[in-house]
Design a protein around this ligand. Sequence first.
Ligand code: OGA
Ligand code: NI
Length: 395
Amino acid sequence: MVVVSGTHEEEVSATYDRTKELKEFDDTKAGVKGLVDAGMVKVPRIFVHHPPNALLHEGLPGSIHNNNHSQTQTQTHLNLPTIDLGDGVIDKDVILRNEIVEKVRHASETSGFFQVVNHGIPQTVMDEMLEGIRRFFEQDTEVTKQFYSRDYANRRVVYNTNFDLHSSPAANWRDSMYCFMGPQPFNPEELPETCRDILMEYSDQVKRLGIILFELLSEGLGLKSNRLREMGCEEGHSLLCHYYPACPEPELTMGGSKHADNGFLAILLQNHIGGLQVFHQNQWVDVPPTPGALIVNIGDLLQLISNNKFKSAEHRVLAQKVGPRLSIACFFTTTFLPSTTIYGPIKELLLEDNPPVYRETTVLEYTTYYMAKALDGTSALENFKLQTSSSEEKK
Ligand code: OGA
Ligand code: NI
């Protein structure tokens, strides 16, 4: 077998010391960006996905992939809903509020994804947040290296390439910086200097938006508007900031493997590059960058407490020839904080013909399982299902 360094052929045919190559890469603490800056023109084999992206997904962003819909075999154009939150008027206009609740409910029950506009976060804050992240990743690597770690439980800020680098089937073409933002106040000096002020500002604003969304989601579940807040869903939040460098061979790898989000809810800000897709109606649907919009998606824990009424949809990010793609995901969850609150399907939602699908858990237990499992293409929620007639799936 002819071995051409870094190619898919080599990956399939030869065994190699993956553990060693992962460690060598990790030890550089310079991330995927470090590889690109060093002039890498081939995707190293630790990043190659099987089957390669191109075979699996029949196309690249910009197209909608319709793999198995016999009705038409033509490309459908599914669009995720964009919901206008009316910049604060929803507190004053009951009719408008009810219309918005209805849209939020419908999107949460079907795709689990929607975009929001007129959400109250100024464009200047969103622009500066993206710029701040760019400054962080593009500063002197000696500074970023100080944040390089995998210790999410004990550090406020963690920078690395893939939280699951050493356990996932294939690495993703992105670097990430995670900031745990609360619930407890903390000294902002713990945050990286290059983006400290905007992280604090954006964090406050996105938390406020999260509270509005939890109220709308509560109403969408037919519950009083502060029900999810009372349960503590909005208590903790973190910002996960991603940097996806331009990729020389995007068809061999992924920006982010297929997964559903940990936590109750996610609010995502992305720059203009694109590549995010959600799995909806049996196909991958692009979530195109929309100026001014934020993406909202239901997390696993909200699917669990809503007893499957709201969907934590699978999504992924395709690698791109162009870059960098930047995104900031705000996850509402207390992550690894000690937690005693028990979460299970909300009692008011249960009926004789809607028995609980999931057992009770804590945020800490759920997060620990999710992080240990890695982004391996399977759902972490399966592990929390009660054993009923659906145990057939477990074969
Ligand atoms: C995530 C995620 C998508 C993106 O952080 O969980 O799905 O666009 N990010 O970066
Ligand atoms: Ni995600």
